[in-house]
Design a protein around this ligand. Structure first.
Ligand code: FAD
Length: 349
């Protein structure tokens, strides 16, 4: 059982900034995310795009914003459960909660901060017979550890950035990479498309287009796939099949937690972004209230107020006085100390 002060569901920008704000109040955080990496929409949907409306950054790549947020929160030593979806919640008699993921990992916390954005991103699965049998048996919708594919025959399906980027990466890891797409054109960054073309010319990537995977083969794990092109079907040997058809966001299991939901978002008050269940907050894109704007900076603001409220909930009767970081400095949970240089007190005679 993982124990923490604030359990954050969703490691997007809002969830990551919550770690910092909670840390200033000496509260420890643990984050759960269905994706294998932190950053939410910023890392999954547009890591290479510049954002222009983050205060203090005239321009910053979404991927760099994620790295900066991780760096800023690192001193408060957050825990992560990645690649797992928060599935169920149980309220205990003392008012605390146990959240269990789809893989059975249990987390216990007195405060829950749902920062689930558009919901957990679910992979778009191809319609293939017995596909469930092969999941985690050679078939994967995300690549968590590319080393799994070392010296293996890998078939990737898809025509976007993920399919191109992983084909390029695995060309140096796998013994054989075959990229299959139902159109001749790929939609991705120009340099990725050109690199795939180069790797095709030196036989490091096989490309089959316009074609579709029509069947999966293997007793208990992937041993081959059927590819249909121009009405003809052939079977190719494969140790792994990776369909990369994008992700579709779904509010998912959180929608069944007894929270007040309006238009696929969680209703909160605007004092501290608490939901209808005391102790459960919803911040960032996942919440709704009058005048709501789904912007990163709004998520940061909501996270800040939510942490203050959580502190009061956890420390009833204790007075909290807001201190500027320039004045108080920062005491990291890792023993680090950041502070601005002290004023020199010296008489001028
Ligand atoms: C193309 C594009 C461009 C954008 N440009 C801008 C811009 O210029 N400026 C701006 O301010 N905003 C922009 N946005 C919007 C911005 O990305 C979002 O406002 C922001 O990502 C919201 O952050 P979040 O942390 O609330 O949610 P998200 O980034 O959506 O992160 C939520 C995370 O929660 C996880 N999650 C959800 N449910 C579960 C569950 N049950 N279990 C485990 N994990 C779960 C998801 O996997 C996800 O990683 C843009 C969005 C897109 C798509």
């Amino acid at each position: 059982m993982i124990k923490t002060d604030i359990l954050i569901i969703g490691a997007g920008p809002t969830g990551l900034f919550t770690v910092f704000e909670a840390g200033l109040l000496k509260l420890k955080c643990h984050l759960i995310d269905a994706l294998p990496q932190p950053g939410g929409q910023c890392s999954e949907l547009y890591p290479k795009k510049p954002i222009y409306d983050i205060p203090g950054f005239p321009e910053i790549l979404a991927g760099d914003l994620t790295s900066n947020l991780l760096e800023q929160g690192k001193q408060f030593q957050p825990g992560f459960t990645l690649g797992e979806r928060a599935e169920t919640i149980e309220k205990l008699e003392d008012g605390s909660f146990i959240v269990t993921t789809n893989k059975g990992t249990q987390h216990h916390a007195p405060i829950i901060a749902i920062a689930g954005g558009l919901g957990s991103f679910e992979p778009r699965k191809p319609q293939l017979e017995n596909i469930d049998t092969y999941e985690d048996n050679g078939l994967a919708y995300f690549i968590k550890d590319p080393e799994v594919y070392r010296d293996k025959k890998v078939v990737i399906a898809g025509g976007g950035d993920s399919a191109l980027d992983w084909s390029i990466y695995l060309a140096d890891v796998a013994s054989e990479v075959t990229l299959i797409h139902r159109r001749n054109e790929f939609r991705g960054a120009l340099d990725s498309v050109e690199r795939v073309q180069e790797l095709k010319l030196i036989n490091k990537i096989n490309i089959i287009t316009p074609a579709e995977i029509t069947a999966l083969h293997g007793e208990t794990k992937i041993e081959g796939v059927s590819v249909t092109k121009d009405g003809e079907t052939k079977t190719i040997e494969a140790d792994a099949f990776i369909p990369l058809f994008g992700l579709s966001p779904k509010l998912g299991p959180i929608g069944d937690w007894g929270l007040e939901i309006e238009k696929n978002a969680i209703k909160v008050d605007t004092v501290d972004y608490q939901t209808n269940i005391p102790g459960i907050y919803a911040i960032g894109d996942v919440n709704t209230y009058e005048g709501k704007l789904k912007l990163i900076l709004c998520g940061f603001h909501e996270a800040t107020l939510m942490c203050q409220s959580a502190y009061k909930r956890l420390n009833p009767g204790k007075k909290y006085v807001l201190k500027y970081t320039t004045v108080s400095g920062i005491n990291g949970f890792d023993g680090s100390r950041k502070e601005s240089p002290k004023a020199v007190v010296k008489a001028i005679v």
